[in-house]
Design a protein around this ligand. Sequence first.
Ligand SMILES: [Zn+2]
Length: 443
Amino acid sequence: MVTRLVEVFDNAFVAGNVPLRAKVATWIPPSIVPAIQRDKFRRLIGYVAKRSPFYRRRFKECGIDVRNVHTPEDLGDFFTTAEDLRNNPVEDFLCGRPELGFETTGTTSTTTKKVYFSRHEVADMGRDGAIGLYNLGLRPSDRVVDAFDYSFWNAPFTLRAALDRLGCFHVTAAKIPPTEFYDRVRDYQFNVLFVEPSWLVVLTEIARVRGVWPVKFIYTGGENMSEATRRFVEAEWATNVYMGYGQTETFGQIGSECPAKRGYHIDDFNLCCEIVDRGDDGYGELVYSTLSREIMPLVRYRSTDITKFLDEPCTCVLKAARRLAKIRGRSDEMVNCGMGNLSPWFFEQLLDDLPEITPDWQVAVVRTGNRDTIEFRLELRDSAPIDQVQQAVTRRVRERIPDSWRNYELKLFEFDFRFTSPGQLRSGRKLRRLVDERVRAWE
Ligand SMILES: [Zn+2]
């Protein structure tokens, strides 16, 4: 009932009026959030049980009677995983006719995850995303440029949906080399930039030499950014850099930073977030259920991202909107960096049949200055020439992973090689193939 009343009020009086929505968001008492979430969650479970072949089947297999499910906890250890999305046809998840499709950019396996939406859903998410951007100071008079990758990725469409509400002037540059971007955008007087962090570092290095222009703020998405890098970029441009956090599975929106830059505000009316497998420090894996999606809703989806809820109230106007801490890492071995979304599988295709090295290898992502470095730790067989191995690996990246090679040419990351003699790398039973050694630098 409460949910219905809120929806009627929302549609009738607030609708597409972004400044009013932003104002209303500050009036919402946090106490009404749990009741609305519970109501929407219950409706979600009934909806997917009726319409999605996947959930109908899985609920039956797990002996779940949806009439008894009122909260996420009522589902016990029932979750939806990335493997579920990979191993089942996307049609099994659909509850309505899709109009837009995206793929996850991950490379944990050769099978991609497909996520579908309707245009109506995208417009709704744009309306809500616009509030976050309005809160950061974006206004219709601002001039926006984005340099997001458009290939199968949703980020540029997420931005577009929000800008449709705000009405800013917008040009799409897409992910072109930063030098070309720098040369071509000067005339436009863009004062708000939407970009990926690694790419932004290269642009900033160019701007440091050739000069910056006045910028209201820079918004980044797609990967994490260390605080040191943020400070570097902010100092060069004399502006604020804000980060957004999302996944393709959520149309790129889970949370957004506010002017306080202390965590991501989440939208509890559209996403029911939980932290599971929580440690003593409160950190655990983020799991979310989509509360408003009609085409491809997800129930307790395991994000694999490690974060926690921030309890202290925020200093910005969105006091009622809960916050998630910056992502600390991933629960699986996947690593997100300038080279792309990396997984052990990613490097197997480069290293496993290289005759000059042993099968024991490790790849580390380390931080060198403001850039990610992919450090190959390889055990060299007797008298194998080092140069030859280095050339073979880089050639394979160029030939086999063109997306990463493109990022390499854009100077978004660097390669480094450390060689040891056979038997040096493995100390225990299992050798961790991929390690992210930048984690401490994010704090
Ligand atoms: Zn805030």
